[in-house]
Design a protein. Structure first.
Length: 222
């Protein structure tokens, strides 16, 4: 599902990705760990085609991203749900409108249908009753969970999580880990999770590692 072959990326003098290779099968989960600034977010941005490698290839579900124009990339991105590190929400939209943003845009559903789906996804991330709040009324952890509800709203084939549990209390963090596992087991979602939280890393990744001996992917510290 995801093939990263010999990817290099530099920003000016800073050589961030130095020949990264990573292969992830359909339905597999991989956890990426590494020090701050080691290039984890940069790697995720290559997977979704927001950054282009200086050298090397990124192939998603058999498609080489370098062959796609902006329209092709936008089409391919419909396969993805992404939880951004800073859970970037639209401040002028309510929680349910944020969660349903892509649904409304791509699925041509009525507001009522979008809101119903948004409420269901909010329930999965433990945010019952918060659909009408505005982002400014949320705590940091709540924002993160809204970001997660938005990432899963379109029932994507691939989920990319950039630090899904950072800043959450241990109980909520555990619930989010369970949700990531559930997404994989029930929906056969392929996922890449970046985390600093080793408990989370072991929980998300350990069952897969036992089955396939697939290691965590560890970014080299700069
Ligand atoms: N668009 C950009 N322009 C210039 N430099 C960038 C850009 N994006 C990332 N970098 C640099 O690339 C390096 C890796 O950044 P990245 O965000 O991938 O780190 P990270 O591993 O996700 O760290 P953290 O754990 O703190 O989130 C950093 O030195 C950063 O300054
Ligand atoms: Mg990062």
């Amino acid at each position: 599902m995801i093939e990263i072959i010999g990817v290099h990326k530099s920003f000016g003098e800073k050589h961030v990705l130095k020949g990264v290779n990573l292969y992830i099968d359909k339905g597999e989960s991989v956890v990426v760990i590494g020090g701050s600034g080691s290039g984890k977010t940069v790697l995720l941005r290559h997977i979704i085609g927001l950054l282009k490698p200086d050298k090397g290839t990124v192939i998603i579900d058999g498609v080489d991203l370098s062959m796609l124009d902006e329209d092709g990339l936008n089409e391919l991105r419909k396969k993805f749900g992404m939880l951004f590190q800073a859970a970037a929400l639209f401040d002028s939209m309510s929680v349910w409108e944020n969660v349903g943003f892509a649904l409304k845009r791509h699925k041509k559903l009525s507001d009522k249908a979008v809101k119903e789906i948004a409420i269901e996804k909010l329930r999965l991330v433990g945010l019952v009753g918060s659909e009408n709040l505005m982002p400014s009324e949320l705590s940091g952890g709540m924002r993160k969970r809204v970001g997660l509800a938005r990432a899963i709203a379109m029932e994507p084939e691939i989920l990319l999580y950039d630090e899904p549990t950072t800043g959450l209390d241990p109980i909520t963090a555990d619930a989010i880990n369970d949700l990531i596992i559930e997404m994989r087991e029930k929906l056969r979602v392929t996922s890449v999770a970046i985390t600093h939280d080793m408990k989370s890393a072991y929980k998300i990744e350990a069952p897969i590692r036992l089955q396939t001996k697939l290691p965590c992917f560890i970014m080299e510290r700069l």
